[in-house]
Design a protein around this ligand. Structure first.
Ligand code: SAM
Ligand code: SF4
Length: 317
């Protein structure tokens, strides 16, 4: 569907839970978040209805996210029902990967087309530090399980943090040499736990190009990522620059939170509830939310935080 600024909105990110089995420092508070009452959250039926309403408006790509989507009870069934919607071209999941060893095959069989796995370090101690709770081997096993299950390409999302993982940029890029892995570097955003980071830790994706000058531009973008490749590599490198570059004019998505709020823009606090609505009502509200999607947001940097009004785990990154 075309919005009021001529953008084709064909993508929705649906968060299925606010809860997570990790506590990444830039995302969640150490103590986690309080589990909310069942009645406040979207039921599985409502989530599938919302997905159907979105597809009926011309949306053909859905990403399931959270919190950690794989801690959601019934996630495989939910994915199977969404994947079966006529007109849907792509169903993706963003996950921290720790439970993929258990779920990769079932998700593939349920019709999930793509996986994005968030991974910020290849070092075991640093992984434990940044996630506060995680075991890096679980993610490595998850990645292998995903390839074995049949996923042809895996995307790895890496949040760049100065003084934490900028010394690993070369190692992440090297993952793309021999396997169909796409490493996507994402600039740290001043939202949620990200607000507690030092200014110097907000580094630009330009750092990747400085450290790995062999990277060649593919002169294309994949959604919000500018694409690069090492000569002859099987995989690719994506740079996502929410801070140093503005991509509002090409934004093609809306978001739905686990408590049923439609968010036309990640970094603005405008929200519209669709919980408790019929599918037809959801469709009408969604249509208006797409039409009203703001043209752009204000500049965001360490001094000018996101106006999202929620942490990332409560929006769905
Ligand atoms: N739990 C899943 C995961 O980690 O992939 C899905 C939800 S998580 C909120 C989605 C993405 O948001 C992750 O790739 C995470 O790194 C990113 N994210 C969370 N807080 C962020 C921040 N302050 N700046 C940049 N990215 C952030
Ligand atoms: Fe959980 Fe993902 Fe947030 Fe990390 S980034 S705490 S894995 S929701």
């Amino acid at each position: 569907m075309i919005d009021n600024y001529g953008r084709n909105i064909n993508y929705i990110r649906i968060s299925v839970t606010e809860l997570c089995n990790l506590r990444c420092r830039y995302c969640m508070p150490e103590e986690g978040i309080e589990k909310r009452n069942h009645e406040e959250m979207m039921t599985a039926e409502e989530t599938v209805d919302a997905a159907r309403a979105a597809v009926s408006l011309g949306i053909d790509k859905i990403r399931i996210t959270g919190g950690e989507p794989l801690v959601k009870r019934g996630i495989v069934k939910l994915c199977r029902e969404i994947a079966a919607i006529d007109g849907l071209r792509e169903l993706c999941i963003t996950t921290n990967g720790t439970l993929l060893g258990q779920y990769a095959k079932d998700l593939y069989d349920a019709g999930v087309n793509r996986l994005n796995i968030s991974l910020d370090t290849l070092d075991h101690d640093k992984f434990r530090y940044i996630t506060r709770l995680g075991e890096l081997n679980d993610v490595f096993e998850g990645i292998e399980a995903a390839f074995e299950a049949g996923f042809e390409k895996i995307k790895i999302n890496t949040v760049l943090m100065g003084g934490f993982n900028d010394d690993e940029i070369e190692n992440f890029v090297a993952l793309t040499k021999d396997r169909p892995i796409e490493v996507r570097f994402i600039e740290l955003m001043p939202i949620g736990g990200g607000l507690d980071f030092e200014k110097a830790q907000f580094i630009s994706c330009q750092e990747v190009l400085q450290r790995v000058p062999e990277l060649e531009s593919m002169e294309m973008s994949d959604g919000v990522a500018s694409m690069y490749r090492l000569p002859g590599a099987a995989g690719r490198v994506g740079l996502i620059r929410p801070i140093s570059c503005e991509f509002c004019s090409g934004c093609n998505k809306i978001r739905l939170t686990a408590d049923g709020m439609l968010k036309p823009c990640l970094h603005l606090d405008a929200e519209i509830s669709i919980k408790g609505h019929t599918q037809e009502e959801m469709k009408a509200v969604m249509k208006q939310a797409i039409l009203d999607k703001p043209q752009k947001r204000d500049t965001m940097d360490a001094d000018n935080p996101s106006q999202a009004g929620r942490n990332m785990n409560r929006i769905g990154g």
